[in-house]
Design a binder for this molecule. Sequence first.
Ligand SMILES: [Fe+2]
Length: 174
Amino acid sequence: MALQWRDQLSVGNEVIDTDHKYLIEIINKAEISLKANNHYELTAVFDELMRYGKAHFEREELIAKAVNYPKTDQLHASHCKLFTALDKFKEEIGSTWSDVASTHFTTLLRDWLIQHVIKEDLPMKPWMIKHSPLFDPRDQRVQEKKQIQEEDPLFDEVPSVDFDQRSIVNPKNH
Ligand SMILES: [Fe+2]
């Protein structure tokens, strides 16, 4: 059965939630390719997961650090571990996908998602919700505000940034 996004999976930040929704799409695509026994497509899905997963982890760690999430280092270590597991798996399967490897792949993806989103990302929510759901430290206005506060710590009444006008970037274009 296809995985479905639910509001309970939200970490309280749109950038991260949008990434997670796309990761679910990737996993669903992998299951469809597996059912169709399409190894060519499975390889493409795997490559997409590696590429997108890496970009997602970088974005997520940046946001976690910016909201002062105290376990950002642990999050980074866990991301590295996940990538090592995927790398190892890729080495093992080589260019052929046996039935065992294909099934193992989809199990690995589901476990990975549950481990990653539910166990490691949801605890960030209390720190995320102190900010706008559209908070993104890469935003020029956030950086300008930070710079003003660093230059003049007494100047804490900086006009608030209207994040609601900012659109979310389509993750597929990242
Ligand atoms: Fe994540």
